[in-house]
Design a protein around this ligand. Structure first.
Ligand SMILES: Cc1cc2nc3c(=O)[nH]c(=O)nc-3n(C[C@H](O)[C@H](O)[C@H](O)COP(=O)(O)O)c2cc1C
Length: 344
């Protein structure tokens, strides 16, 4: 395969070779996946792990130490800042301090992606000090133009525009990635933007770049990789499912796209925001959700919550991360060249 490089604002900002970023996939571990993606020239991203064993903050710190032991390349980390996330404030204080105290991590951790709540809880004195002394950038996940406006005003460095076809938690607005990118680009032509939700191919990457995104982020596609630490049963579901096999249900933080398995068939349909808030008073429902996510992580693909995007319908094989990234970049470049010659 011919060697090539697609250089964008995002590859420059984050110090990576290819415009491909791993989407965070908590509450599960993605430490091995992070190392593999970063080594392959993309940006590996550690997830906000909230599995019941261990303490989250320590789990994330240990994962960061492991990453820099196995790769010298840049990587990122996710903090879910939802009001319902019990450890969010603690993480927003401790993770920037921890990065600051570890020179190798400080050099390599270029991306702190906040999601599910507001990025503002990150903007404490520890993060500000880290920003001054490192290259770290804060991107926030936005599923709507409304949230994009809010977080850009709050001062994020960039956004991850994530559409309705993506796996995992979603907004109530149900905007596709295609429409969302156009909406945001029109209103904020200069904001650094990563396109997310539904990407698994070079065609997808080429289209995102043509629309003004500087990279794509992928979750579902990377689950079906040799290096991902998810259970083999989970990986096989990605490989064997079609686009029609996912469904929106009420997840822990709102609507979530999942595999339409036994669990999903009996799960309640997505509520509106007000009803969901009322339900949040019932902590037992949230705990139940977390237990079902753990079941999924242990391989119970019938009764666990299998967070999964529609892009599963584009995945036919479980491959190594470097094969996935190289083939996506290779075919994106072919698409971009072909498109270039259409312009006379
Ligand atoms: C298994 C799984 C877990 C996820 N967990 C998180 C999470 O902890 N934080 C977050 O911001 N997004 C989470 N997401 C959403 C992804 O970051 C991303 O938006 C989504 O995977 C993009 O769509 P794709 O699956 O088509 O690539 C999760 C997605 C999946 C599939």
């Amino acid at each position: 395969m011919e060697k090539m490089v697609i250089k964008t604002e995002i590859t420059e900002m984050l110090g990576i070779k290819h415009p491909i970023v791993a989407a965070p996939m908590g509450p599960f571990y993605t430490t091995k996946l992070t190392i593999a993606v970063s080594e392959a020239g993309g940006l590996g991203v550690l997830s906000h792990v909230t599995l019941s064993e261990g303490i989250t903050v320590n789990q994330i710190k240990d994962s960061m130490k492991t990453v820099v032991e196995y790769t010298d390349k840049p990587f990122g980390v996710n903090i879910r800042t939802a009001a319902l996330q019990p450890d969010a404030i603690k993480l927003c204080r401790q993770i920037p301090r921890f990065i600051m105290d570890n020179p190798k991590i400080k050099e390599q951790c270029t991306y702190l992606i906040t999601s599910a709540g507001s990025p503002k809880i990150l903007y404490n004195k520890h993060f500000r000090a880290l920003q001054e002394r490192s290259n770290i950038k804060n991107f926030h996940v936005v599923p709507s133009l409304k949230l994009a406006k809010k977080v850009i005003k709050d001062g994020v460095d960039g956004i991850v525009a994530t559409g309705h076809e993506g796996g995992g938690h979603q907004s109530y607005e149900k905007t596709s990635t295609l429409v969302l990118l156009q909406q945001i680009k029109k209103e904020f032509p200069e904001i650094p933007m990563i396109a997310c939700g539904g990407y698994a191919t070079g065609e997808g990457l080429a289209s995102a770049l043509a629309m003004g995104a500087g990279a794509i982020a992928m979750g579902t596609r990377l689950i079906a990789s040799k290096e991902c630490e998810f259970h083999e049963n989970y990986k096989n579901e990605v490989k064997n499912s079609t686009i029609a096999d996912t469904k929106l249900v009420t997840g822990v933080f709102g609507p979530a796209r999942v595999l339409n398995n036994n669990y999903a068939q009996s799960a309640t349909i997505v509520l509106n925001k007000a009803e969901k808030r009322a339900e949040e008073d019932s902590m037992s429902k949230i705990r139940d959700g977390v237990l079902k996510l753990e079941k999924a992580y242990k391989g119970d693909v019938d009764n666990g919550i299998i967070l999964l995007g529609q892009s599963c319908g584009l995945v036919e094989e479980i491959e190594s991360v470097s094969d996935i990234i190289n083939s996506i970049v290779y075919s994106a470049e072919k698409c971009l060249r072909k498109a270039y010659y259409m312009v006379n």
